[in-house]
Design a protein around this ligand. Structure first.
Ligand code: PNS
Length: 162
């Protein structure tokens, strides 16, 4: 069977950690969809449309990638687009428990779906979108953590210049 992978997440905003994982994933998967979750219960900094636009901009050089958004269950979205692999990043041990739970719940809902976990480069193991949001909200320098375009969007959001 042909492998079709999804890389789901909030991507609020996309960081160098996500891009590191995408680079690794593109070496393994030819058909990869970045799927931005639409979660009305979670307050996001960027709208789904803004997040998709940022992802589109900073992944334009990746030929293996499609970009989409989804609501509801990940397993239902996977069924809809005929995906059989879900890619997730594992940074520190702290990620493990949530990811383990999610993998087993998703598998119990759809046994055709396998989760593939990848470790980012060591310099991104501590990096998260929430840390980037906090830094930017306090006008900290995020240039080491996100592409210049995302940095610009963060500055616009929090109305500061560097
Ligand atoms: O980037 P995030 O916030 O860690 O991504 C989490 C995400 C979107 C992968 C997860 O919340 C998800 O799959 N949401 C869709 C709803 C769902 O399927 N929930 C059950 C997971 S056990």
């Amino acid at each position: 069977m042909k492998t079709k992978a999804i890389y789901p997440g909030s991507f609020d905003p996309i960081t160098f950690g996500h891009l590191d994982l995408l680079k690794r994933s593109c070496k393994i998967f030819e058909d990869l969809t970045i799927a931005v979750v639409v979660n009305p219960h979670k307050k996001a900094l960027f709208s789904v449309e803004e997040r998709v636009a940022m992802i589109r901009k900073v992944t334009s050089s990746f030929s293996c990638i499609k970009i989409d958004k989804f609501d509801g269950l990940l397993v239902d979205y996977a069924r809809k687009i005929n995906a059989n692999v879900v890619i997730r990043g594992l940074r520190a041990i702290a990620d493990f428990e949530y990811e383990f739970q999610m993998a087993l719940v998703n598998r119990s809902l759809n046994s055709r779906l396998d989760m593939v976990y990848m470790m980012p480069s060591v310099e991104y193991t501590y990096l998260s979108s929430s840390i980037v949001r906090e830094l930017a909200s306090l006008q900290g320098d995020v240039s080491k953590f996100v592409p210049a375009y995302v940095e610009k969007k963060l500055r616009e959001k929090f109305k500061y210049a560097r």
